[in-house]
Design a protein around this ligand. Structure first.
Ligand code: FNR
Length: 190
């Protein structure tokens, strides 16, 4: 440690409950984790015609991701899937072919929704994408946050102690997962 964790917020909304959730996770994370945002809102739509001459905003964005040890995805669910803005950002990070900066990063997925299933379907969809991009994922604990009004303040204060404990434990688990992923375990001699 410290381990550098880049976080993505899958919503562009000023009032995003997922941004509030991200702020809560930053507050509750073990001090060994240094979190910084991977900003997706200024990226244009990905177009493979730009491979090899990406705009500066995309070059800088990919360089930020490359510096991280781990990536945390905090995202809403849009129409039972990944919000377009987040998928676009992931597509930029994965290209040109052979220059996928998400590969081998320790990843975790979490999200909040006013709905009862708390982004579960979007998270499954995102997990498929991260699998394809060769990113090790924390499988458990899962975190599907049903965001009742006032559960998390815009500043990221969690008003329900049980939820606060859950989110703190989630970040401890992610810390331990990152440590395992970064630990080189020698394979059998061949
Ligand atoms: C939604 N919402 C939503 N919620 C959900 O649980 N499952 C879903 O499939 C969808 N689909 C969906 C599509 C679109 C286009 C919008 C704008 C919204 C509701 C969504 O959870 C709610 O707006 C959240 O507040 C969005 O998260 P942020 O932006 O507050 O972080």
């Amino acid at each position: 440690p410290p381990y550098y964790v880049g976080y993505f917020v899958g919503s562009l909304s000023e009032q995003s409950i997922n941004r509030a959730l991200a702020r809560a996770l930053i507050r509750l994370a073990p001090q060994e984790l240094e979190l910084s945002e991977m900003v997706i809102k200024d990226l244009p739509l990905y177009n493979r015609d730009l491979d090899g001459h990406f705009p500066k905003v995309a070059v800088d964005y990919k360089a930020e991701i490359a510096k991280q040890d781990a990536l945390l995805f905090v995202t809403p669910e849009y129409n039972r899937s990944i919000p377009g803005a987040l998928k676009n950002a992931i597509d930029w990070a994965s290209r040109p072919y052979g220059e996928n900066v998400i590969a081998r990063k320790a990843t975790a997925v979490i999200g909040a929704s006013p709905g009862a299933i708390g982004t579960a379907v979007a998270q499954q969809s995102l997990r498929s994408v991260l699998s394809f991009l060769n990113a090790p994922q924390m499988n458990a604990p899962e975190a599907y946050i049903t965001a009742r009004p006032g559960l998390i303040t815009p500043e990221g204060e969690v008003t329900n102690p049980a939820t606060e404990d859950f989110l703190r434990a989630y970040m401890v688990s992610f810390f331990e997962f990152i440590e395992r992923v970064l630990t080189v375990v020698p394979g059998p001699a061949r």
